[in-house]
Design a protein. Structure first.
Length: 186
């Protein structure tokens, strides 16, 4: 029996919540797409850190010196792809991103970041900097200064379940706070 559109939307949000909460969940690593400064698409894997289904907000962490931060500042519309191989479910999400580099949400996120992960923000040079040799131990004296939170407010969600002989697809869009769901041809 097919699920209703409401059940599908609830299952999509539940998958994202589980993925953000469980470091071993296969859907925790998602792909974030931005528009590069030259207009070309840029795609990278990021870690899903938090999900608020009611507010339709996803939380990611990054180095504030990364290219994606400048790209989001220039064009806040982004897309995100999540895939759960166990559920054979793909989620394509789109919305507007905001980068936080201070404030209570940023501070809470930093304080929740494990000590070992904080070293990711301690490289002396920005991510993507050319290096003659592999970078050594992180040396930035205050890695917190390089930490940023990306909050992505979702306005479109495309759900696809791959099942042999019975693929199903649905799309959801929010306008003025209300959601509209539709079946789509897979």
């Amino acid at each position: 029996m097919d699920a209703t559109l409401a059940e599908i939307l609830a299952s999509a949000w539940a998958l994202l919540v589980r993925a953000a909460a469980d470091p071993r969940h296969p859907g925790r690593i998602v792909q974030l797409a931005t528009a590069g400064r030259d207009g070309a698409p840029r795609l990278r894997s990021v870690v899903l850190r938090g999900v608020d289904p009611v507010a339709r907000v996803l939380c990611l962490h990054t180095d504030r010196r990364s290219a994606k931060v400048a790209e989001i500042a220039a064009e806040p519309r982004v897309a995100l792809l999540a895939w759960d191989p166990r559920a054979r479910m793909q989620l394509r999400l789109a919305g507007a991103a905001a980068v936080l580099t201070d404030g209570p949400v940023w501070r809470t996120a930093w304080e929740a970041t494990p000590i070992g992960s904080r070293a990711d923000y301690a490289q002396a040079d920005p991510p993507g900097t050319l290096a003659a040799v592999p970078p050594g131990e992180p040396t930035h004296p205050q890695p917190m200064q390089n930490f940023a939170v990306i909050l992505l407010t979702i306005d479109r969600l495309d759900w696809l379940r791959l099942a042999p002989g019975a693929h199903r697809r649905a799309g959801f869009a929010w306008e003025s706070g209300a959601v509209q769901g539709s079946w789509l041809v897979p």
